[in-house]
Design a protein around this ligand. Sequence first.
Ligand SMILES: [Zn+2]
Length: 276
Amino acid sequence: MTRVASRFAPSTTGPAHPGTLLAGLLCWLDARSQGARVLLRLEDLDPERCRPEYARAFVDDLAWLGLDWDAVVLQSEARARHEAALERLASAGLLYPCGCSRKAVRAAGEPAPDGGFRYPGTCRERTLPAGAWRGCGEPLRLRMEPGLLELRDESGVDLSLDPWAAFGDPVVVRRDGAVAYRLASVVDDAAEGVNRVVRGRDLALTTAPQVALQLRLPGPRRGAAPGCEPGHARRAAFRLRVGSCRQCRPRGALAGRISGPRFPVPSPVGRPPARC
Ligand SMILES: [Zn+2]
């Protein structure tokens, strides 16, 4: 039988927020309660906003909370396999350049279910020779097919959606050349054998678009984490009156509040991080 493998993948664009730690704790509890492997993947793809010191602080803060990991990886170090996936998509004629600004997408006026705007497909007919995706200088979008994806997570939440009708073609390479998180995470989940994902319910709308990408690659099941809705995270931050986990450490407040009597903080055991 295939062993369950899970992951927690926070963005390292700032100090760990209490809500992020709560999401990490829920993911870790879910995985460990099933005897699953659980990976800490530090999402550091944005060259402007992600900083190595934030990545190091995440590892430190999660260890302080008592969570251990079977491996710790930096997502940026998997650039070669992200590029291999892009090569495949480009060879299949599925990528196209699109320099449309957010303002232009907004002006098209097609509302998306997340409160933003659907990409209207302005550049969808543009072509891109297979090898030309490198150094294109424009963002690249992935040409998707319309179609309803019927999905339901383990807690019974209906996640069914037609990703193309709802959001249009997604950007997979940004203008600065960075690979978009949504593609990188699908590629990495497949490469690392991740077959279970627990995330906040606030991310439920992004599940179907992720699954649509997974249809080209093997991917994990998804389940929205109960009790990890954005309101919970905001309330936790408000009560503690802190902007990051690091600030409340001296008060000894966060571990007790997040862990509580039902989830005693385990001893910080386990192998040290492989990287960071
Ligand atoms: Zn465009």
